[in-house]
Design a protein around this ligand. Structure first.
Ligand code: C5P
Length: 400
């Protein structure tokens, strides 16, 4: 969950520093890269060697270390992190931060940084309650520093009260939540339809198509990765449910429409399903039999509801409605015509004739918007899904 996230952990002076060793392990186990600064006070409680061993990184302790400065430098140290986490944050370090002091490596790095900061205060309850600390706290809150804890309980000094550093597991959850809620599509609900629909003719036969559902699946996954909550509505495919999606399995277009409408409201809807345009007007209750006298069978098909059009014109219309145009010829004209007939915002056109797209892992798309179009390089469906997710993120940034 924290894979690839760079966390700069500052360990300042306090008995709670021992808990930071467990915190390093938890962060590393969740996939984060952890680099540590140990203050002078911090190193009275834990050794640079234990911190280095657990973080598997060099530990930074000294502002004036020629070697450290030439290799990394406190400016780079302050800018490379996705998050600066201070645990424990002593009353002294909080005061230094609030007043913009740059006295040692930790405070100088913090002053030189433009990165988000999360602090886990730990101190004696009287120190925590002191007006000076509380004023400093308010200053830090105003500067958007995230505060975790402190918790109530018995203190190492024998007193009872508020001042214990939050438990490493709770700090880990706060860090995870921080990255979740900072994802670009956090708070957005996306509906993704995917796969084919199967329209029954009788109890054993159906009209279907060759859609593998791979592109819709990849789009659902990309949107989840960007923080959206995704309702994934899929016809029959061989794919597993995307991790983290609310998945609903359907067979027919009518079922897909009903489930899609039930999933509203939504901010985003991506209709990637290859919905059958037709269904049998009367589903035989028994298996249709061959008769000796007839060489042909006539089926009467009726039009299926158009899910994309229904959503585009719905009173609860999602803010951004995206459809697909899988065409074997005249992609440009057909995609543009679809954009206006379906009344959606974007059409993702792909030439299914040329690139053998159905079932393949590759796709080549052109994104048609109302006023422009953009062609993407041929790529695997996961990359295409990320490209589409990036376009969606960009759309909502501009909307804001
Ligand atoms: O009309 P056509 O099937 O070519 O349009 C393709 C687009 O419309 C796709 O986004 C598909 O998911 C959607 N569609 C739909 N309901 C239908 C037919 C197509 O949502 N009945």
């Amino acid at each position: 969950m924290l894979t690839g996230k760079k966390i700069l952990l500052i360990i300042s002076g306090g008995i709670a520093a021992y808990k930071s060793l467990a915190l390093i392990r938890l962060l590393k186990k969740s996939g984060a890269d952890v680099r540590c600064i140990l203050t002078n006070g911090g190193s009275q409680f834990v050794t640079p060697l234990s911190v280095a061993a657990l973080s598997e990184e060099h530990v930074f302790t000294d502002l004036w270390s020629l070697k450290d400065e030439s290799e990394m430098g406190h400016i780079r140290l302050s800018r490379e992190a996705d998050l600066i986490l201070i645990a424990p944050a002593s009353a002294n370090l909080m005061a230094q931060m609030a007043h913009g002091l740059a006295e040692d490596l930790a405070s100088t790095t913090l002053l030189a940084s433009n990165r988000p900061i999360m602090i886990c205060p730990a101190m004696n309850p009287m120190m925590w309650a002191h007006k000076a600390t509380q004023d400093n706290l308010q200053t830090l809150i105003k500067r958007d520093v995230t505060i975790i804890g402190p918790a109530d309980g018995d203190m190492a000094c024998g007193e009872f009260g508020t001042g214990r550093m939050s438990e490493p597991e709770d700090i880990l959850s706060a860090v995870k939540n921080y990255f979740e809620s900072n994802k670009p599509l956090a708070g957005k609900h996306a509906i993704v339809t995917s796969g084919p629909t199967f329209e029954p003719l009788d109890p054993v036969r159906f009209i279907g198509n060759r859609s593998s559902g791979k592109q819709g699946h990849a789009i659902a996954t990309a949107l989840i990765d960007m923080g959206a909550s995704v309702t994934y509505i899929t016809g029959p495919t061989a794919l597993p449910a995307p991790l983290g999606a609310k998945t609903v399995h359907v067979e027919t277009a009518k079922e897909m429409l009903s489930v899609t409408q039930d999933a509203l409201p939504a901010d985003i809807c991506v209709c990637a399903a290859a919905v059958s345009d037709w269904r049998s007007d009367a589903i035989a209750t028994q298996k249709l039999k061959k008769t000796k006298s007839e060489d042909s069978l006539t089926l009467t098909l009726v039009k299926n509801p158009d899910i994309l059009h229904t959503l585009s014109t719905h009173k609860n219309r999602p803010t951004l409605v995206i459809g697909f145009a899988a065409e074997t010829q005249n992609l440009d004209d057909n995609a543009k015509a679809k954009l206006s007939s379906k009344q959606c915002d974007w059409i993702i056109g792909n030439n299914v004739g040329e690139n053998n797209v159905f079932g393949s892992d590759q796709n080549k798309i052109t994104l048609f918007k109302r006023d422009n179009q953009k062609e993407f390089e041929i790529a695997d469906k996961t990359t295409i899904a990320r490209d589409i997710a990036d376009e969606i993120i960009h759309y909502f940034k501009i909307q804001k």
